[in-house]
Design a protein. Sequence first.
Length: 558
Amino acid sequence: MTDQTSTLTADGTAPSPESDPQWWRQAAVYQIYPRSFADSDGNTIGDLRGITERVPYLSALGIDAVWLSPFYPSALADGGYDVDDYRDVDPKIGTLSDFDEMISALHAAGIRLIADIVPNHTSDRHEWFRAAVEAGPGSPERARFIFRDGLGSAGELPPADWTSIFGGPAWTQVPDGQWYLHTFAKEQPDLNWENPEVREDFKETIRFWSERGVDGFRIDVAHGLAKRLPEQLPSQAELDRLPWDGSHPTWDRDEVHEIYAEWREVFDEFDPPRSAVAEAWVGADRRPLYASEKGLGQAFNFDLLEAHFDADQFRDVVTFNLELAERAGSSSTWVLSNHDVVRHATRYGLPPKAAHEEKAGTDWLLSGGVEPRLDAEGGLRRARAASLFELALPGSAYIYQGEELGLHEVADIPDEARQDPTFFRNTGVEIGRDGCRVPLPWSSEGASFGFGPARPHLPQPSWFARCAVQVQDGDPESTLNLYRRALSLRSRLRTDEELEWLHTDDAQVLGFVRPNGWACVTNFGTAPVTLPEGEVLLSSSPLDDGRLPGEATAWLQT
Ligand code: GLC
């Protein structure tokens, strides 16, 4: 494992946040999905002032940085990942000056800000796309996107039978008859990254937010930008058979790294250099390319999120990803939940998927939990254990808003209240991602459980009352207080990016120790086990006569 001492000064203390260019390597990053965090003005959706007002909450939680999901002007066809203007704030959630106030308040509390940028596609309301539709075939305006003539005698058929990630066709026709490519919803036209104007414009966007104090960027669909479509388009079935080895027409092409090398130069124009993390759902062996220091510097690793609550799987994922990160000269990232997947308390409370479902792909990531089958208590117990396991690992940990409250997925949102395009484009197949995006409960009463003065944009279930921040605040055993204690210990104990596995006689028990003696032991089984020698600092469930109960994690100083 790498001996990464750069996160510590010579006397072993953490450097001041301003002076550490590598602050991101082992940061605890809290993801805010702004429209569901806190609504200060009562327009039913969360806003930037709502975040500013809750900086004391974030500070008490003990995080190092906030990753802010898109906050740009948007019709919300895909929750803000359909961007109308990359250099402004959605008037529904604030103004640029609200943004400045928010970032100042975060910085004053020692919290950095990572902005989400969405370079694969704009929205269909972006001025470039409107101009492209106006200007007609063959125009320079159209060359910023991916337009093609249709098939059939009058071009009435799409150029290919491709399906979008959210279901339904990936090509949509404009009034003059041409078709444009959209990998996601039809409101999200794909940009043409072979166009130098597109490249230059994004560099301006990076500079714009960096100058406003943004410390880092999360790159949406980082593996999708570079595309090379042959004259004769393959069918979807042919496309699916092509390997993702750097030469696939639409995914994970080698040239994408030329774009990120140019961005790295822009990131390095700032002091400290801006950080970046790639959202790249690629084969593990290709991940180091995104995490290279000549490129984005870090890449999400979703392996833990995709694993079952299982000792062997967790151990393999950790060993493998620490090696991968080292190969890239980066640190690993760890994720258990985010705005695209079923919350981990719910995943761990549902019966494991059957092997045949497993093979069908990652569909389960996008479908809601089925409440009648949910073991809510067991799911939360396992989630708390997994979270403590994650937070003790070397690398950075990404925490999704609400997981610190132990929230479950909301499975029973009525169809008419749903917003996710996955739901609309896959009627009856996928219920979509709204269940993890329901506005947070801050208090146990009121029309929105303290989210804001009005009813929230997605309905909250009555059980949110029990999970509210206000309720958990005063309960020493609450999940919120577990996260607070864990994050506070983590920032004190954070040490070199190494771990050594502890020998255990029980295959259901996984233990590791960090170079300063900070040990983490997880019991994936159900019977209590004896802990190694040491002072117990924290545990996800109360100890049973000094032993670690089933489905629990303890931290020790050994
Ligand atoms: C990413 C985002 C997801 C979004 C998609 C299209 O996967 O995380 O929420 O729908 O990109 O932008």
